[in-house]
Design a protein around this ligand. Structure first.
Ligand SMILES: CC(C)(COP(=O)(O)OP(=O)(O)OC[C@H]1O[C@@H](n2cnc3c(N)ncnc32)[C@H](O)[C@@H]1OP(=O)(O)O)[C@@H](O)C(=O)NCCC(=O)NCCS
Length: 191
């Protein structure tokens, strides 16, 4: 874990995020979507790669410093075993963030989206969502679904900015404190 905040040496403002006003609405069609995952989508200096077992320590470091109820090593290895997408965003040897998503029938379920605490609010969460969207479109998915704690206003704002909309709640979905649980907001993005 670096002691200094991580500086991203790329112009994230050049990401095509702002060009896609349609994402602010309910629907983004494949025709309006980003190009496939390639050099155009990932800014120079950053890379996205599938999780390797050897990288689990770096990932768990971020996971454990982010969540009160972090995923365990076993949760991540199970996710890998079951063929879920576990994609990591790197700047050289430094892990900046990751997402885990499960493919279903014409839909994708986002299970985990995390950005290193020292490099949030620089567009990296949106970049990871861009990659997820692009992969989902390649799989011809119709929807992306996710759950988020109702108290996680920051994440909800990022998802809404990307185009997700609240479609319901799951009661007492997340542990909050001993004997206390918190509702999840269910959000979806129609592709
Ligand atoms: C939620 C989370 C993944 C969002 O990641 P992030 O990298 O902080 O989010 P982004 O920077 O992409 O979010 C957009 C913000 O960046 C700004 N931004 C910076 N560069 C940008 C760009 N090129 N394009 C668009 N927005 C940009 C936006 O204005 C917005 O600003 P704000 O912070 O004032 O709202 C991250 O905060 C996190 O890991 N939180 C803890 C874990 C968590 O809650 N995960 C979700 C569980 S469901």
């Amino acid at each position: 874990m670096p002691e200094q905040p991580i500086k991203i040496p790329v112009q994230l403002s050049r990401l095509p995020l702002h060009d896609h006003g349609t994402w602010q609405t309910q629907v983004a069609t494949p025709a309006q979507a980003l190009p496939p995952v390639n050099g155009e989508l990932i800014p120079q200096g950053l890379s996205i790669k599938p999780l390797l077992e050897a990288e689990l320590d770096a990932l768990l470091d971020i996971e454990q410093t982010t969540y009160s109820n972090p995923w365990t090593r076993g949760n991540f290895t199970d996710a890998l075993k079951h063929g879920n997408w576990c994609d990591l965003l790197w700047q050289d040897q430094t892990l900046l963030g990751y997402f885990v998503a499960m493919k279903g029938h014409q839909e994708v379920h986002l299970l985990n989206l995390t950005v290193h605490k020292d490099c949030r609010s620089q567009g990296l969460g949106l970049l990871l969502l861009n990659v997820l969207l692009s992969k989902s479109l390649q799989e011809k998915a119709q929807w992306i679904w996710l759950e988020v704690r109702v108290s996680n206003v920051r994440a909800i704002a990022v998802y809404e900015r990307f185009g997700f909309r609240a479609v319901g709640e799951r009661k007492n979905y997340y542990p909050l404190a001993p004997g206390v649980r918190e509702n999840a907001m269910i959000m979806s993005l129609r592709l």
